[in-house]
Every structure is written in C-alpha cells, then in structure tokens.
Design a protein around this ligand. Sequence first.
Ligand SMILES: Nc1ncnc2c1ncn2[C@@H]1O[C@H](COP(=O)(O)OP(=O)(O)OP(=O)(O)O)[C@@H](O)[C@H]1O
Length: 222
Amino acid sequence: MIEFHDVCKRYATGQEALNKVSFTVEEQEIVFLTGHSGAGKSTLMKLIMLMEKPTSGQVMIGGRNLGRLGKSHIPYHRRQVGVVFQNHQLLFDRTVFDNVALPLQICGIHHREVARRVRASLDKVGLLNKETAYPVSLSGGEQQRVGIARAVVNKPPLLLADEPTGNLDPELSAEIMELFRQFSEVGVTVMIASHDVELIKRMHRRVLTLEGGQLIHDGVVW
Ligand SMILES: Nc1ncnc2c1ncn2[C@@H]1O[C@H](COP(=O)(O)OP(=O)(O)OP(=O)(O)O)[C@@H](O)[C@H]1O
C-alpha cells in the first residue's frame, strides 16, 4: 500500500528532513512511525498526502508512483488518504454531523447519500447520538472520534494519524487504538505517528523509527 524507495527530502532552506528512506507497508497493516521532534515524521506523511514532493527517490501509494501522477489525479489521490490530527481540526461553529459531512460535500455528493454515509461513519466511532451536538460540548476523546469519523467518511484505503492520542489519557488512547484496529480489520492500512512510547509498546505492532531523517529501525521489537 505504501512504498518508499530511497526517498530524500531537502527543503528549500537546505534542511534535510529525510535521507534515503525505504520501506514497504502492506494493505491492512497498522504501523507506528516514531522518532524525536524534527526526525522527519510529518515530512514523511506530507509526502504520502502529496503536500510535499521528494527531492529524490520514489513514493508509491496503492501501486501508483506519486511522482508520475498527473495534476487531475491529485484530488483523487487525496481522497484515498484519510488524515487524523492531534488537535482534531474540527470547525467549532458546525455540528458534529456537518463536520463529518465536509469531505463529502466538497466532492459534491448528493445530500441524501451524505446523510447515509455520515451516519454510518458516526456509528463506527460510537457517536451516532451526538450528530446535532457542537464540538465544544464534547470531551477530548469524543472530539478525536469525530475527527476519525471525518477521516474515514470517504472510505479511504489508507489512514494517516499524526499524534492522534497526544492529548488523551491512556484509557481513551486505548479506545482510539481499538478503532484503528477495527478499520484495519476491514482492509484499511493505518499509519500512526506517535511519541507515546508506552502506547506503542502495548500495541505490539510494527514500528518505523526515524532519527535525523534516517530510518534507523523497522520492526516489532522496539
Ligand atoms: N516546510 C519546511 N521548511 C523547512 N524545513 C522544514 C519544513 N518542515 C520541516 N522542516 C524541517 O525538517 C526536519 C523534519 O521535520 P518534521 O516536521 O518532518 O519532523 P517531525 O518528526 O514530524 O517533528 P515533530 O514531532 O516535532 O512534528 C526538521 O529539521 C524541520 O525543522
């Protein structure tokens, strides 16, 4: 699902963020991406989302070489990648329903179909009863679940999560991880960037560790 071949990224400032990074993530896998601040985690995810381009090397997503993707295919590619952020990035003047509906409305999907998909997505994260609520009235864990519902409402085959449990206590973090596990069971590939060593250890999953832009470890034992 994700293939990096000798990927280097140097920003215009001269800062080298990734240096000859190579790895493959299979469909349905859950992988953690870890490393100190500045190690290159966000850059790696931005390359997958096509928010940045590599200086050299190849990034393949779902068998497509992103370097060869025509402009007209970029919106299609972005819909294939659901993204979850630590700070949720919810719109606080919109209801839960409207927040989750946003990616579908941008695609111009008919409102009846939007309603069906939004409810299916809210149901998956256990928030069907909150569709008319505003984010401010929700707990941090609930807000994060709204963010996840929004990320999966397009049914993307790939889900990227950047510090998705950063503000949550261990119990709520475990709930979020359980949601990711359920998505992977139905075929979604999940990549989670995290600093949370305890959480990563508990999950017993594959871990990619970056240091100074280099992939220094790839494996389950960490
Ligand atoms: N747009 C940019 N322009 C110039 N340098 C950048 C840019 N984005 C990131 N960098 C630099 O690239 C390196 C990797 O940054 P990146 O944000 O990928 O790391 P990170 O592991 O995600 O860090 P954090 O955990 O703090 O988010 C850092 O030295 C950073 O300062």
